[in-house]
Design a protein around this ligand. Structure first.
Ligand code: DGP
Length: 215
């Protein structure tokens, strides 16, 4: 008997302006074209629509000031408040393509100077993505792209630290679950590179979902 398939949990990560949102949307439409309209869903963190998300949004637009620890915990809470929705979708066979996740949480807060172990602690046990594709781009190139500098973290110096942290987070991910691609080429080239990694998951998965950063 064929085993029950669940949806795959795919995350795109990267610096600001690395093209994640464009690529996440393209990936969802590709999956829908292959498997049907209800087979895939786009998610984005931070999800600025919830009560917690609205506080994060105000912070990112520099409309309020919050202690670094406080905002870190709010970003994490914003992910936890959507865990039951993530699990329900995956169990229903829907593949989730998620624009940013806990790796951003850790990379940005650690870049601001918070201890790495403290940063990952609140996100331990979140659903672990089956695959994370990191869209790698130098902050200098990202800066040349439109709209850069509008929000709080869009500063070249900080983004440089964030990039180093992303690379070191990726090195600790085991079993091919973290893949890096060059995001400086054309939209079509980047799309192709992402698909190479996502295609094996396009039918969903049979394994159960693990807890992130749980040994
Ligand atoms: P975006 O909506 O993808 O442009 O992300 C908003 C900004 O917030 C971006 O500069 C990255 C940053 N960010 C995303 N997630 C987290 C997080 O969990 N923690 C922190 N400190 N920053 C985050």
């Amino acid at each position: 008997m064929a085993s029950q398939r669940r949806g795959a949990f795919i995350v795109l990560e990267g610096l600001d302006r690395s093209g994640k949102s464009t690529q996440a949307a393209a990936l969802v439409s590709r999956l829908k074209t292959i498997n049907g309209e209800n087979s895939a869903k786009l998610m984005k963190f931070p999800d600025r629509t919830t009560t917690i998300g609205k506080m994060i949004d105000a912070y990112l637009r520099s409309q309020n000031e919050l202690d670094d620890h406080t905002i870190h915990l709010l970003f994490s809470a914003n992910r936890w408040e959507l865990v039951s929705a993530i699990n329900a979708d995956l169990a229903a066979g829907i593949t989730i393509v998620c624009d940013r996740y806990a790796f951003s949480g850790c990379a940005f807060s650690a870049a601001k100077g918070l201890p790495y172990d403290w940063c990952i602690a609140p996100d331990k046990g979140l659903p672990e993505p089956d695959l994370t594709v990191f869209l790698d781009l130098t902050p200098a190139v990202a800066k040349l792209r439109g709209g850069y500098g509008e929000e709080r973290y869009e500063k070249e110096e900080l983004q440089r630290k964030v990039r180093v942290l992303f690379h070191s987070i990726g090195k600790q991910m085991k079993g091919g679950k973290w893949q890096e691609i060059d995001a400086s080429s054309s939209i079509e080239e980047v799309e192709k590179a992402i698909w190479k990694h996502v295609e094996p998951f396009s039918d969903g998965c049979t394994s159960s979902i693990n807890g992130l950063w749980i040994e």
